[in-house]
Design a protein around this ligand. Structure first.
Ligand code: ADP
Ligand code: MN
Ligand code: MN
Ligand code: MN
Length: 338
């Protein structure tokens, strides 16, 4: 029987942003294992801010499995962290708080910087490169450099090998800044894939001597920050919708503005300034095709009788997609549907 290398990954207890952790166990299976075949595992929670040293065991409960084409017989196993009883979610386990709904579709646009020696890849040792303008969706050495595209392409292939529903990639507005988009039917599925794609990217960059900088505003000044726009729709929004429901939904988003910002990633006041295609952090607005609004209403939505999906532009690149999806679904659930 082949021996499989199972990389169990989970989110640690650091705040405000959890880190990815992972460790490997070897198990024999006749063929690539199913989720049901995977055993729970444990780890030392006192080393990840999830337990005290005197009672340190936490449980890893597999919730999704992905082929890992970087290893022979490899798999990445996304896990939830449980209390020692194995059934109670650990307080750091935001995934367990999602009221999942297979009719809820999410698309996250993950922006990030590639970093070399504490600076964006392609920035000169001292000073700055040419101002923003040519980099967004750019081509050519002076726009995107030599190695970045290779990394981005390798990452895309590794994610596709893993069965992650990547929808696309693009060079972003700042030098050294990139984006990938992941779409999923079911909020847990989509958010799992965002975390696994982040993990694959960070691990890939190790071999290039580069870091992935997920902070939302790593460079001060006239340089775009990084977001993670959250595109969302429910069955009702896609099939029934209507202007009245849309306006009620937006009123509920406005009412919960602080609750949303609280889980949309740290330091977001540095990014949501009203400049660089953002709305200010203390304001709420929506608008058709408006990239300066909190929520952008796609033309397709307005032209289709207020049916379809909406884009919340406020979540940032360091935000936890579990917490973001959980909050969006909670606000939607507060608006009655006739
Ligand atoms: P932009 O950069 O113009 O904001 P992108 O193409 O980068 O747009 O991202 C749009 C995202 O919207 C994609 O991830 C896509 O999967 C997602 N999306 C499209 N249709 C829906 C839908 N019905 N529900 C939720 N998300 C959707
Ligand atoms: Mn995009
Ligand atoms: Mn973008
Ligand atoms: Mn967007």
């Amino acid at each position: 029987m082949p021996k499989f290398k199972l990389e169990y990954i989970w989110l640690d207890g650091y705040t405000p942003v959890p880190n990815l952790r992972g460790k490997t166990q070897i198990k024999e299976f006749d063929s690539f294992p199913t989720l049901e075949q995977l055993p729970n595992w444990g780890f030392d929670g006192s080393s990840t801010q999830q337990a005290e040293g005197r009672s340190s065991d936490c449980v890893l409960k597999p919730v999704a499995i992905y082929p890992d084409s970087t290893r022979t017989n490899g798999a990445i196993v996304m896990c939830e962290v449980m209390m020692p009883d194995g059934v109670t979610p650990h307080p750091s386990n935001a995934r367990a708080t999602i009221l999942d709904d297979p009719g809820a579709w999410f698309g996250f646009e993950q922006e990030y910087f590639l970093y070399e020696n504490g600076r964006p890849l392609g920035f000169p040792k001292d000073g700055y490169p040419a101002p923003q303008g040519p980099y967004y969706c750019g081509a050519g050495y002076s726009a995107v450099g030599d190695v970045a595209r290779q990394i981005v392409e390798e990452h895309l292939d590794l994610c596709l090998d893993a069965g992650i529903n990547h929808e696309g990639i693009n060079a972003e507005v700042a030098k050294g800044q990139w984006e990938f988009q992941i779409f999923g039917k079911g909020s847990k599925k989509c958010a799992d894939e965002v975390w696994v794609a982040r993990y694959i990217l960070m691990r890939l960059c190790e071999s290039y001597g580069l870091d992935v900088e997920f902070h939302c505003k790593p460079i001060k000044g006239d340089w775009n920050g990084s977001g993670m726009h959250c595109n969302f729709s429910t069955t009702y929004m896609r099939e029934t919708g209507g202007k009245e429901y849309f306006e009620a939904l937006m009123a509920q988003f406005e009412k919960n503005v602080n609750e949303h910002i609280a889980v949309y990633g740290p330091d977001n006041h540095l990014r949501l300034t009203g400049l660089h295609e953002t709305q200010a952090i203390d304001k709420f607005s929506y608008g058709i095709a408006d990239r300066g609004a909190s929520i952008r209403v796609p033309h397709s939505f307005a032209n289709n009788g207020y049916k379809g999906y909406l884009e919340d532009r406020r979540p940032n690149s360091q935000g936890d997609p579990y917490q973001i999806a959980s909050r969006v679904l909670k606000t939607i659930s507060e608006v009655p549907t006739p």
